[in-house]
Design a protein around this ligand. Sequence first.
Ligand code: DAH
Length: 332
Amino acid sequence: MIDDIKEYETTALESVAAAETMIQLDEAATAALGRSGPLIEAKRQLGSLPVDDRKTVGRALNEAKARVTDAIESRRQELAEVERAGQLEAERLDLTELLGAPVTGHAHAVTQAWEELEDVFVGMGFHIAEGPEVETDWHNFDALNIPPGHPARDGFDSIYVQHGDSGATLLRTHTSPVQIRTMLAQEPPIYIVAPGRVFRRDTADATHMPVFHQIEGLVVDKGISLADLAGTMEAFTERYFGAGFSSRLRPNHFPFTEPSGEFDVQRPDGSWLELGGCGMVHPNVLRAGGIDPEEWSAFAFGFGIDRLALMKFGIGDLREFFTNDIRFLRQF
Ligand code: DAH
């Protein structure tokens, strides 16, 4: 019987070594250790041996089984490494391909949406304005009619920067401070849009990122009314989204506008997309910008660019934009 066990072990080790795939290895393991395999059969026969032989044969059997089990395990690890190496090889990007070839990259999907928005607004007579990403608390809040202690400050989940007095400097939470900077820098009439990066203490998920993009609009002129705001939003909707899309304003509240609205776009299938906020600029905000609210009136709006890009390209998860996987980015 000892010879049978030797033979069993040799056969089992050979078939384990011969396995080239995980499936073949599983088959070899089942044949060697499985219920209907020779090992179980040999164990069954142990009972009929004399007591002394039973010990020797039993030990031989257990040792053979342990060696076969070890061999299966180490073959499994080898095969796993081979499979992983194969996968890495298959996914390898050969950057030397690019040497000497014409550069065929293109703008990121969010940049494309950003630039298209600029084009549409410039086509409607707006200028592009800019402001810093690191802002003073005054421009980001106070000047926008959000004084210290105002609950709206908490709603923004701001990221503060250690600079000057504590709480005096932050990463801008919205593009609205560009309204203030523009009013302080130039005389009305003002027709600007300000696209840019904004920051909030948000956990990344399918619809939130701690860094995202907004576009702000500001119009300051004589006799500007809510009708001008609604008309501008409607004209923008038709130009940016195309035929079959329309817009509506819904009452809402923002400290920097009065009255304030939410700006929604209706798709041709009848469904609504919430784009952002808008309203008639609050007199306190005009004053903070050095503009006399008795003489001038103004409307403003602000909405997210990333969301627009998600919708435009039919992407389900905002995080995809930021992983920089070339296979994803190439599609847009
Ligand atoms: N700043 C607002 C936000 O980030 C959006 C906004 C609402 C901008 C109303 C505006 C406005 O200019 O009038 O949520």
